[in-house]
Design a binder for this molecule. Sequence first.
Ligand code: NAD
Ligand code: AHE
Ligand code: ZN
Length: 375
Amino acid sequence: SQGQVITCKAAVAWEPNKPLVIEDVQVAPPQAGEVRIKILYTALCHTDAYTWGGKDPEGLFPCILGHEAAGIVESVGEGVTEVQPGDHVIPCYQAECRECKFCKSGKTNLCGKVRAATGVGVMMNDRKSRFSINGKPIYHFMGTSTFSQYTVVHDVSVAKIDPQAPLEKVCLLGCGVPTGLGAVWNTAKVEPGSIVAIFGLGTVGLAVAEGAKAAGASRVIGIDVDNKKFDIAKNFGVTEFVNPKDHEKPIQQVLVDITDGGVDYSFECIGNVSVMRAALECCHKGWGTSVIVGVAASGQEISTRPFQLVTGRVWKGTAFGGFKSRSQVPWLVDKYLKKEIKVDEYITHNMTLGEINEAFHLMHEGGCLRCVLSL
Ligand code: NAD
Ligand code: AHE
Ligand code: ZN
């Protein structure tokens, strides 16, 4: 099939909030600097639901969503040297070219090489999509579009991994788990003995808990509106649970009261701007740092009294946990193979691509962390 158009099944989002439709999609061959991947497994992340829900200012329709996946390289375009057909890979929505101003700064994992194209659903070369249905173009999403049996991505967005790793598990290392671990290890740099608060105990929040435990945090306080989360959260390192609904006082006050003045580090893993404010304001005066991980809807803005920052609290954010994708995803896969990080524990459901709409519904149920679809 190299050099040929492939027709395969993909879940197409025609319009915001309308059920995805499994369509026969034509996937063009990879051009220079591009890689065509046979996707074998993809999970659903809350960000897919956010874009599908019309809340993403970069959301374009019709598109093929999906960004947490694993597969095998089918073919490569001209000039691609780092992967070849047969390689096991994880697509990375945060690219790493190692040449741009961002990559060379040593200060960030963000990469500037292809971001302008991935933000508008096309490929860099010709600013066109490689997906079409009977000649009608379908937009890419986040430079990954993994809800398709075949996808085309930029070579700077492909992490080559150990072929012994089970793809049906390590697909999670494409987003949620690294984001939570990295928020703790790379962005906040939590020290042993720290008090940590985590708002939102989905996959991202639980990975923050796992990272905090590994970093030697003395207390890991999980905050969620769903009581069912606590039993699950204990297995990931959460030591205390607070449900804001059980309290009359603002949640930041509750946390300040139980921590002798506030937490050392807090993480917002929901995407709710009023919770982001609470997460900042529950931090200890003088040094407490709050990391925004959740993605807020279009038009939403954060606010607090500037005095919160004047008195030493720090507000930060993180994308993909600050991990350099092509370099560090293979390292995370190796850590999983050595049983140094969890992955299996976040997978609560397994389904097929054809059941993707049910999988999206499951995301709103407390019992679902990650649902992995086989393609
Ligand atoms: P999820 O839906 O599985 O988890 C969210 C949790 O928040 C749920 O347990 C829910 O009960 C809880 N919650 C909702 N409202 C709450 C409230 N007001 N107070 C307390 N808890 C509340 O989502 P996820 O897949 O874990 O993703 C979490 C967030 O992180 C999303 O916004 C997602 O878009 C974002 N995200 C960001 C990055 C990044 O790189 N920055 C990467 C992955 C995901
Ligand atoms: N498109 C949105 C922002 C979405 C967003 O912030 N995405 C995160 C990853 S979420 C993964 O589940 C991210 O990495 N952002 C950095 C980047 O380069 O996109 C908007 O508001 O426009
Ligand atoms: Zn994600």
